[in-house]
Design a protein around this ligand. Structure first.
Ligand SMILES: [Zn+2]
Length: 947
C-alpha cells in the first residue's frame, strides 16, 4: 500500500519549518541541494517564514468584501466568487486546504477541428496531482512529484527527499485575506497556458465558459482564444477547421478534485497480461533488481456486503451515453459497453457496468470527473479513443470517457493514408520504427523516397516548428504519428474496413453499385469498436496477437465466433471478416469479447481472499494457453514475432494471401460496381487505392517472417510455457518468401485494365483536405514500386540481416534454419528471372523483354545491394539518422560479401544478355545502365568502411 505522506514533510500554515527545496534551489540558481546547503536553506526558510508570518497580519490587502463585491458565491470544494458581467472569478483557500493533494484533470470541451479534438483529455496517462502552498503574499501551485517514494521515517525517505522534488507551476498573488482564508484570482491560473499547450491564450479575448462547484470537485471551463496565425508543417495547407486562425477558440475544461479517500488496494501488474500501468519508484521495497512498483490501472470494484450469491458491486461503473449519440446507433453502443459484464459475472459481480442514457434533464458536464461518458464528435477523422484518469499513486481509475468520431461511418471517403496505399497492417505507432517510418513518408510523398536530403529538410522544418516560441497551439499527436503517442487507431482502421466491405458487397452484387453497407453491419462495427474502447477504459491495453487465435475457416462459423469471439481479444484491431469466394459468409465483425479479455479482467478485478500474490501468479501462469496469446503496441516494432499485426485475422500468411486474392477477385469491372449511375468516377479511385493497400498489407505481413522469430512472455516453470524465443519453422518462412516472390516481386499481380485506370478520377471539389492528395495523376508505377520497395528494404535492412544470422544461434541440433545466402538467392532469382542463365545456347535464342514494373524493381535491387557493398554513409549531425539509425550496428559482414557476390553474378548475366539475347530497346538501355552502374560500385569499393 502506498501512504499518502510519502514524499516530503507536510507543511502547515504556521509551522516553524517550511521546506521549500525547489524554490530555494531555484533562487540559488541550482537544480538540487546537497546536505550542507539543505541545512542552511532550512534555517533561511525559518527566518523567511517567521518574517512572512509576522508580516502577513500587517499586510494591507484590499478589503475582502470590496474584492468580491458584485460576485455570486458558489459553494463547493473551494468557495468561488464569480461575476459573469465583469468576467471575474475568485477562489478562497482555507488554511486546512493548503498542501492538500488534488487531482487536476484537463480536457478539451470544445475543440477546433483537427487542431484540438473536442473531448480530448490533455493529461491522459500523466495525471497532475497538485497542491496550493502559501509563501508570503503568494500562493504557489505545486505539481507533486508522485513517481518516487519511500516509507515516511525511513532512511530512504530522506534520500528520496534529496534526490527528487516537486515542481512549482504557478505563483498567484493573494488578492485578499480574512480569518483563515485567502483569496486568489483564478484568471491568474486558468487564463494562462496552464494546460501546457505551448502558447498563452489572449486574456483580453478569453472568457469563462462555465463555473461549477460541488462538494468534492470544481469544474471550470475557459473559452481560450489563441492567435494561430502561423500553421504547423502538417496542417499549413489543408486544415479548414478554424474559421479564422487569428482568433481560434478552444474551450479548455479544468477539474479540481479531491483524491479518493484511502481504502483502495492497488494490484501489482504482471508482464504476461496487458494492462495500463501506474508506476512508482518505491525505494523502501526490498526488491533486488529495481525499485519500480507497477500497478495495473483498474476501477475500485468491490462486492457489496449483501448475502446474495451474486451481489451487485458496492459502486458499479456507470457509463452515460451522451445525447449527442445518434438514436439509431445507441443500441449498439449500449450492447458494446454491457458486453464486458460477462467477464465480471465470471468473477461474481452482477451488473458491474451500468449504462444510462442522458436526457435533457441530466445536466452534467461530460468532462466532470464523476461522470463516465460515451461521446460522439464530428471531426470526420474517423477515430475513437477511450482515455481514463487514474490516481498516479495507486493506478485506481477515477474517470473514463469514450470519444467516438462519426467519420468512421463515412467509409466511402477513407482517410488520406489509405488513399496513398499505406499498409493497414502497419499501425501508426509502428511507423515510428526506423525503416517503417521512412517508408511511411516515402510513400506519402513519393518524391522523397530517393531523396534523403529532402526528407531531412522535412524533419528539420518540423522540428524547428516545434521549437519555435511562436509555435501555434497544435496537438497533432492523435492525427499524425508522434513518438510516444497513446493513440488508438481502431476507429480509423474500421472506417477503412467498412469501405472495403462496401467494395466487396458492391462487387458481389449484395448492394447496388455505390450503395450503402446495411445499417445492421455498421451497427456491428460500432459495437466492436465500442467493446474495444470500453476495454481501454477498464484498464486493458492493445493485444495485436489475439487475432491469430482463430482460423479463417472458423471465423466464418457464427456458432464459434458468437460464443468465443472472432478474435482472442477485442483489444486487437480486427479487420472485417470476408468469406473466401464460394464459402458461406459468417459475421463480419466480432460480436463478443474473447477468452483473453475474460482473463485480463480476471487478473485485474478478481477478488482475492488469501495470499493475493500467489492467487494472481496462478491466474497469470495460464498465459501459455493458445487462447491467451498476447503482444502489444511496443511489440509492433520491437518484437520479431510476425504474429503481431494490426488488422489481420487468423494465420497471418493465410490472411495475406487471402487479401491479395480479394484484390484480384474484385478488380474485374470494379469501376462499374462501385460507382452508381449518374455519379462521378472518384469512388473508383478510392476503391482501387484501398484494394492496392491490401496488397501493401500482405507484403508487410509476409516480410515479417523473414528475420522473425516467435516470442512468448511465459515465465519459467509455467504450464506448457515456451521459451522466450522460438524459431519459426523454415517451411513457414519459405512460404512467406514464395508469397512475396509470386504476388509482390512479380509483375503478374499488378496487371490492371486500362478501362479501370482511365476512370480513376480525382476529387474536383476543393472543400476538404483530401484535395491535398488529389492530383489528376494516378501514378500506378510509383505505387507498385513503393510496395516492392518495402519488401526490399525489409529483406536488406541491417537489423533484419542481423536477426537472420542471430536466429541461426537459436536452432537446435539438426534443425534447419533460414540463412542469409538463401534470402539473397530468393531475391536475385525472382527479380532477375528474365535474364538468361549460364546456358549459352539458351541465351542466344532468348527474347528478353523486361516490363516497366520489373525494370523499376531491378534498379531498386541494384541500388540496395550497392548500398550494402559500399557501406552506410552516416551523417550524425542530422536528426533523422540520430533518431532512427542503429548506431554502430552495420549489416553483418557476411551480408555485405553476399551483396557483392550477387552484384557480380547479376552483372555477368546482364553482360551475357547484352551480348546474346534478343532485347527490346527499353530493356537494352536499362541493362546497359545497370552494368555501368555496377562497374562504378566495383570501382568504388576502396571507399568501404572496412579494408
Ligand atoms: Zn485501442
Amino acid at each position: 500500500m502506498l501512504r499518502s505522506t510519502c514524499l516530503f514533510a507536510r507543511i502547515t500554515w504556521t509551522g516553524p519549518i517550511v521546506v521549500l527545496p525547489v524554490v530555494a534551489c531555484l533562487a540559488l540558481g541550482q537544480g538540487r541541494c546537497n546536505a550542507g546547503e539543505e541545512a542552511a536553506i532550512v534555517v533561511g526558510r525559518r527566518a523567511a517564514a517567521a518574517a512572512g508570518a509576522g508580516a502577513t497580519a500587517e499586510h494591507k490587502f484590499p478589503e475582502w468584501s470590496k474584492v468580491i463585491e458584485g460576485t455570486k458565491q458558489i459553494d463547493g470544494l473551494f468557495t468561488l466568487y464569480y461575476n459573469q458581467t465583469d468576467e471575474k472569478l475568485f477562489m478562497s483557500i482555507r488554511r486546512h486546504q493548503l498542501e492538500e493533494e488534488l487531482i487536476l484533470p484537463i480536457s478539451i470541451a470544445r475543440g477546433a477541428g483537427m487542431m484540438y479534438l473536442g473531448g480530448d483529455t490533455l493529461n491522459f496517462g500523466n495525471q497532475w496531482i497538485i497542491s496550493f502552498r502559501r509563501v508570503a503574499d503568494r500562493i504557489l501551485v505545486v505539481r507533486r512529484n508522485v513517481k518516487f517514494r519511500a516509507d515516511t521515517g525511513s532512511p530512504q525517505a530522506d534520500s528520496v527527499k534529496v534526490s527528487y522534488n516537486d515542481s512549482i507551476i504557478a505563483a498567484l498573488p493573494i488578492k485578499s485575506e480574512q480569518q483563515d482564508q485567502v483569496l486568489i484570482d483564478l484568471g491568474d491560473l486558468f487564463m494562462t497556458d496552464l494546460a501546457d499547450i505551448g502558447v498563452n491564450p489572449d486574456r483580453s479575448r478569453s472568457t469563462w465558459a462555465k463555473v461549477k462547484g460541488f462538494p468534492e470537485n470544481l469544474e471550470i471551463e475557459v473559452a481560450a482564444v489563441f492567435n494561430m496565425g502561423y500553421r504547423g508543417f502538417f496542417f499549413r495547407s489543408f486544415d479548414d477547421s478554424v474559421a479564422d486562425s487569428r482568433g481560434a477558440q478552444v474551450v479548455i475544461h479544468y477539474g479540481l478534485s479531491k483524491l479518493p479517500s484511502s481504502g483502495y488496494h492497488p494490484r501489482i501488474a504482471d508482464d504476461r497480461v496487458g494492462h495500463f500501468l501506474s508506476t512508482v519508484k518505491d525505494f523502501s521495497k526490498d526488491i533486488h533488481d529495481t525499485p519500480q512498483v507497477r500497478y495495473v490501472t483498474r476501477w475500485d470494484l468491490q462486492k457489496s456486503d449483501s448475502s446474495a450469491k451474486m451481489p451487485p458491486p458496492k459502486k458499479p461503473i456507470v457509463f452515460w451515453i451522451e445525447k449527442t449519440v445518434p438514436r439509431e446507433y445507441r443500441p449498439y453502443v449500449r450492447a458494446g459497453i454491457l458486453e464486458w459484464n460477462k467477464a465480471f459475472a465470471k468473477l461474481g459481480f452482477v451488473d458491474a457496468i451500468e449504462v444510462r442514457e442522458q436526457s435533457d434533464l441530466d445536466d452534467f458536464d461530460p468532462e466532470d470527473i464523476r461522470y463516465n461518458v460515451f461521446r460522439w464528435i464530428t471531426t470526420s477523422y474517423g477515430f475513437a479513443m477511450g482515455p481514463s484518469r487514474t490516481n498516479p499513486k495507486t493506478g485506481q481509475i477515477l474517470d473514463a470517457d469514450i470519444v467516438f468520431d462519426e467519420g468512421m461511418i463515412r467509409y466511402w471517403r477513407g482517410e488520406f493514408l489509405h488513399l496513398r496505399g499505406i499498409p493497414q497492417a502497419m499501425s501508426l505507432l509502428e511507423q515510428h520504427h526506423r525503416q517503417a517510418f521512412f517508408n511511411f513518408y516515402a510513400s506519402l510523398v513519393p518524391e522523397l523516397a530517393d531523396n534523403g536530403q529532402a526528407l531531412n529538410q522535412l524533419f528539420t522544418e518540423y522540428r524547428t516548428s516545434l521549437n519555435d516560441p511562436q509555435r501555434p497551439p497544435e496537438r497533432p499527436s492523435r492525427i499524425v504519428p508522434e513518438i510516444g503517442c497513446q493513440c488508438c487507431m481502431m476507429g480509423a482502421g474500421m472506417q477503412r474496413e467498412l469501405g472495403l466491405m462496401a467494395d466487396v458487397m458492391a462487387a458481389q452484387g449484395t448492394i447496388e453499385p455505390g450503395g450503402k453497407v446495411p445499417q445492421e453491419f455498421i451497427g456491428q462495427a460500432i459495437k466492436e469498436v465500442v467493446m474495444h474502447e470500453v476495454g481501454h477504459t477498464l484498464g486493458l491495453r492493445h493485444n495485436f496477437k489475439a487475432s491469430t487465435f482463430i482460423s479463417l475457416k472458423d471465423a466464418n462459423n457464427p456458432e464459434i465466433t458468437r460464443k468465443k469471439g472472432m478474435t482472442g481479444s477485442v483489444m486487437d484491431y480486427a479487420p472485417a471478416n470476408f468469406a473466401p469466394k464460394g464459402a458461406k459468409q459468417g459475421d463480419y465483425f466480432s460480436d463478443t469479447i474473447g477468452p483473453y479479455d475474460y482473463w485480463a479482467i480476471e487478473y485485474a478485478y478478481k477478488p482475492t481472499s488469501g495470499n493475493e500474490t500467489d492467487e494472481l501468479a496462478k491466474v497469470a501462469s495460464r498465459s501459455s494457453s493458445p487462447d491467451l496469446i498476447y503482444g502489444t503496441d511496443e511489440d509492433m516494432f520491437l518484437n520479431p514475432d510476425p504474429r503481431i499485426n494490426a488488422f489481420d485475422l487468423g494465420d497471418p500468411l493465410e490472411f495475406a494471401q487471402f487479401r491479395v486474392q480479394l484484390l484480384k477477385d474484385l478488380l474485374d469491372k470494379l469501376q462499374e460496381k462501385v460507382v452508381a449511375e449518374g455519379e462521378g468516377w472518384q469512388r473508383a479511385r478510392d476503391s482501387f487505392s484501398r484494394l492496392l493497400g491490401q496488397v501493401g498489407s500482405a507484403a508487410y505481413i509476409s516480410c515479417k517472417y523473414i528475420g522473425g522469430e516467435y516470442t512468448t512472455r511465459a515465465h519459467r516453470g509455467e504450464p506448457h510455457g515456451k521459451l522466450p524465443f522460438d524459431p519459426i519453422p523454415v517451411a513457414k518462412q519459405r512460404q512467406a518468401i514464395k508469397l512475396l516472390q509470386t504476388e509482390i516481386l512479380s509483375d503478374q499481380a499488378f496487371k490492371f485494365s486500362p478501362e479501370l485506370l482511365k476512370r480513376l478520377a480525382p476529387e474536383h471539389f476543393r472543400d476538404d483536405f483530401f484535395f491535398f492528395f488529389s492530383n489528376y495523376e494516378f501514378n500506378v508505377y510509383e505505387r507498385v514500386l513503393s510496395i516492392q520497395r518495402m519488401v526490399l528494404s525489409h529483406f536488406l535492412d541491417s537489423r533484419v540481416l542481423r536477426s537472420i544470422q542471430n536466429a541461426e544461434l537459436h536452432a537446435g541440433k539438426g534443425q534447419e534454419v533460414l540463412k542469409l545466402p538463401e534470402v539473397f538467392d530468393a531475391l536475385t532469382d525472382s527479380i532477375w528471372s528474365e535474364l538468361p542463365t549460364a546456358d549459352k545456347s539458351a541465351a542466344s535464342k532468348k527474347k528478353v523483354e523486361i516490363s516497366t514494373i520489373r525494370r523499376n524493381l531491378q534498379r531498386e535491387h541494384v541500388k540496395k545491394l550497392s548500398n550494402l557493398v559500399l557501406g552506410p554513409n552516416r551523417d550524425f549531425s542530422n536528426f533523422f539518422f540520430i533518431l532512427f539509425d542503429d548506431f554502430g550496428q552495420p549489416s553483418p559482414a557476411d551480408a555485405r560479401a553476399l551483396a557483392r557476390h550477387h552484384l557480380t553474378a547479376i552483372d555477368v548475366r546482364i553482360r551475357r544478355a547484352l551480348d546474346q539475347a534478343d532485347l527490346d530497346a527499353y530493356s537494352r538501355a536499362h541493362l546497359e545502365q545497370m552494368h555501368a552502374q555496377m562497374d562504378k560500385v566495383f570501382a568504388s569499393t576502396l571507399k568501404m568502411n572496412e579494408p
